[in-house]
Design a protein around this ligand. Structure first.
Ligand SMILES: [Zn+2]
Length: 120
C-alpha cells in the first residue's frame, strides 16, 4: 500500500508539472481539402487537385461545439497547445486519483473517536 508521505510527494510533483505546462487549448485538429465553384478549376481536373490543405480546430466548451480555422503557420503552435491540454488532463486525473487515495488513507488511518453515549 502507498504511504501517506508518498501520496503527498506524488501530488506535489503533479502540481509542479502543472505549473510548468505551457499554453493549452482543448480540441482536435483536422485537415481537409476542398472543391470550389469555379468552372474548369484544377480542383475538377482529372485527377483533381483539390484546394488545401485547410486546418480546423474543433472543441466543445460549455456544451457548445466550435470549430476554428487554423492558419498553416500556426499549426506547430496549436499542436503544442492541444498536446499540453492532453497532458493537463492526464495530470488532473493523476491528482484526483492520488487525492482520493490520500483522503481514504487519512480517514481510515485516523478514524473518528467513537461518540460517547449519554448514560442515565
Ligand atoms: Zn477549385
Amino acid at each position: 500500500m502507498t504511504s501517506e508521505a508518498e501520496l503527498v510527494r506524488r501530488i506535489e510533483r503533479i502540481k509542479a508539472d502543472l505549473a510548468h505546462l505551457g499554453d493549452l487549448r482543448p480540441g482536435t485538429l483536422s485537415m481537409n481539402y476542398n472543391v470550389c465553384g469555379t468552372p474548369n478549376c484544377r480542383c475538377k481536373a482529372d485527377p483533381p487537385q483539390k484546394h488545401g490543405p485547410y486546418y480546423h480546430l474543433s472543441y466543445t466548451r460549455y456544451g457548445k461545439s466550435r470549430s476554428e480555422a487554423v492558419h498553416p503557420e500556426h499549426l506547430v503552435q496549436v499542436r503544442a497547445q492541444t498536446r499540453n491540454y492532453q497532458k493537463f488532463q492526464v495530470l488532473i486525473d493523476q491528482w484526483l486519483d492520488a487525492s482520493i487515495e490520500l483522503d481514504r488513507l487519512r480517514r481510515l488511518g485516523n478514524p473518528p473517536a467513537p461518540r460517547s453515549r449519554r448514560t442515565t
